[in-house]
Design a protein around this ligand. Structure first.
Ligand code: NOJ
Length: 563
């Protein structure tokens, strides 16, 4: 294994994640080194200097494990290997070594709720009889009805259709996602032990942390008789019971699993870190984020929020208070591989709901017509707000380039299981996963020497990293400068709101961090007076003493208190 020679960590090393900027790589769409049209690990390695130059602290890789890609890699056939199309374990080690030399940390995605149906354990389970130890690693049950021809319960798959699929001997197995993603039985000690081994496997290879997929789903109430969900079938994080009594999601027993993981993490120096993807009531996030649990939990509030100052003020306060209660820090996320890119979200009318956005995708991005220049303006303002908040910022690849959603992908090109499983009612997430443009010209705009597994739009080159580099007005340079300044400015984890709260109703957000770092966001259609101070950075051109509509500025105020 490579990293035996690491120097003894200082105590601060254990806290590196608290205010880190983490860059999410979706490996198949990031950079392709060998021209097969699929991004790969050597591709990531080749672009690490770009990420170091951007100024991020850590890189989180979405799954790169062997997979038949029934769900973009979130169907893992082997948790301790690299998909041969993406490289080898040696390539992985080389990537970690290069990252280390550049001062970057590597995080990997761990998918513990379900494996791929190609996983050796599931293949064994299929070959073994009902009641066998092999079937006990997953959730196999007899069906209902006279001949067991009905699924055991009414549980729905998150991708549409029932969560049960029947196997030839008549039993049914559980999959809360696609049929190719059978759910593990976490009551089984063998499953628990095996995941500990996987966590050690990657930790030993120098991985600093883990993003935990569907962290709220592992513990299920599998006692006989299984309970139907009835009215609880439609899954809404906010509507989950607050007492952990839902049969499938956010049960209290799940934290016992993570206490075991914490013991694995804490055996390393510095301890390994984890962030939970847990779609639960905000008040129950804290349990996932606790120091005896995973350590941090995603706060996805920005993904669904409008750029409305009063609403943001409240959600920021709540997230900071929740994180503080957990002894963690909050995360801030504007985009990821599961949602429409925020430049496009902000280009749609203010009152668009999630359903409207789905409909917009189905209309190939034409109805309602997006106003991209507004989207860009708002996205730049949102970036400076997010990057000024205490906690960690998670960036999704391409957001630093201001990429919009590719909403007009041809139906024949769609790969997301949501598209097929929903019977064409949901277009899915491919539009945010289109391979990145690195160069203005050239094959697949520099993504790689071959094609690109999802078609790139003809004008993709104008967003390319090399087209933006050095252009002060560009998205990329805004991010570079913001991350450079942030690194110098971030001190403690406190935030102080400035001015009366009523101002948020007029669209103004103003807060200060230690050292006199002020952030003022004008989230309204009218200019407002710019507070006094030295302007460090602004998301758009400033006019005299005014902060124009949809603009955020970072200022240094010269007060004695430092705030
Ligand atoms: C959440 C992941 O982010 C998403 O991409 C995936 O489809 C589901 N979990 C299932 O693993």
């Amino acid at each position: 294994m490579p990293h035996h020679d690491s120097p003894a960590p200082s105590p601060r090393d254990a806290d590196w994640w608290r205010q880190a900027v983490v860059y999410q790589v979706y490996p198949r769409s990031f950079a392709d080194s060998d021209g097969d049209g699929i991004g790969d690990i050597p591709g990531v390695t080749s672009r690490l200097p770009y990420l170091a130059g951007l100024g991020v602290d850590a890189v989180w890789l979405s799954p790169f494990y062997p997979s038949q890609l029934a769900d973009g890699g979130y169907d893992v056939a082997d948790y301790r290997d690299v998909d041969p199309r993406l490289g080898t374990l040696d390539d992985f080690d080389e990537m970690v070594g290069t990252a280390r030399r550049l001062g970057l940390k590597i995080m990997v995605d761990i998918v513990p709720n379900h494996s791929s149906d190609q996983h050796v354990w599931f293949q064994e389970a299929l070959a073994a009889p009902p009641g066998s130890a092999a079937r006990e690693r997953y959730v196999f049950r007899d069906g209902r009805g006279e001949d067991g021809e009905l699924p055991p319960t009414d549980w729905p798959s998150s991708f549409g259709g029932p969560a049960w699929t029947r196997v030839p001997d008549g039993q049914w197995y559980l999959h809360l996602y696609a049929p190719q993603q059978p759910d593990f039985n976490w009551d089984n000690p063998e499953v628990r032990e095996d995941f500990h081994d996987t966590l050690r496997f990657w930790s030993d290879r120098g991985v600093a942390g883990f993003r935990v997929d569907v962290a709220h789903g592992l513990a299920k109430d599998l006692r006989a008789p299984l309970r139907d969900l009835g009215e609880q079938r439609s899954y809404q994080p906010d509507a989950l019971p607050a007492d952990g009594s839902h049969p499938l999601w956010d049960r209290d027993e799940v934290h016992e699993i993570y206490r075991g993981w914490r013991r694995v993490f804490d055996a390393y120096d510095p301890p390994r870190f984890a962030v939970a993807e847990a779609w639960v009531r905000p008040s129950r996030r804290t349990a996932y984020a606790s120091a005896t649990g995973l350590g941090q939990a995603f706060n996805f509030d920005f993904l669904g929020a409008r750029l409305d100052a009063a609403g943001l003020h409240t959600l920021i306060d709540t997230a900071l208070a929740d994180a503080r209660r957990a002894g963690a820090t909050s995360t801030w996320v504007l985009s990821n591989h599961d949602v429409v890119r925020h430049v496009s979200r902000y280009a749609l009318p203010e009152d668009c709901t999630r359903q409207d956005i789905e409909a917009w995708l189905l209309a190939d991005g034409r109805e309602p017509a997006p106003d991209l220049s507004t989207g860009v303006r708002k996205a730049r303002a949102a970036a400076l707000l997010m990057l000024a908040l205490p906690g960690s910022a998670y960036l999704y690849q391409g957001e630093e380039l201001g990429l919009p959603e590719v909403a007009d992908l041809d139906r024949a090109d769609l790969r997301d299981p949501m598209w097929v499983r929903s019977g064409g009612r949901v277009k899915g997430r491919d539009g945010c996963r289109v391979p990145l443009p690195w160069t203005r010209e050239g094959t697949s705009f520099g993504f790689g020497p071959g094609g690109s597994w999802l078609p790139q739009p003809a004008d993709w080159g104008r967003y390319a990293a090399d087209a933006q580099s050095g252009d002060k007005e560009s998205f990329l340079e805004l991010y570079r400068e913001a991350l450079r300044l942030r690194r110098a400015l971030v001190a403690d984890e406190e935030l102080e709101w400035i001015g009366p709260r009523e101002r948020t109703r007029r669209g103004l957000l103003h807060f200060a961090r230690a050292g006199g770092w002020h952030t003022v966001g004008n989230l309204s259609a009218d200019p407002v007076p710019l507070p006094r101070g030295e302007v460090l950075l602004a998301s758009g051109p400033l006019t005299g003493d005014e902060l124009p509509p949809w603009t955020t500025a970072w200022l240094r105020a010269g007060s004695a208190s430092g705030r």
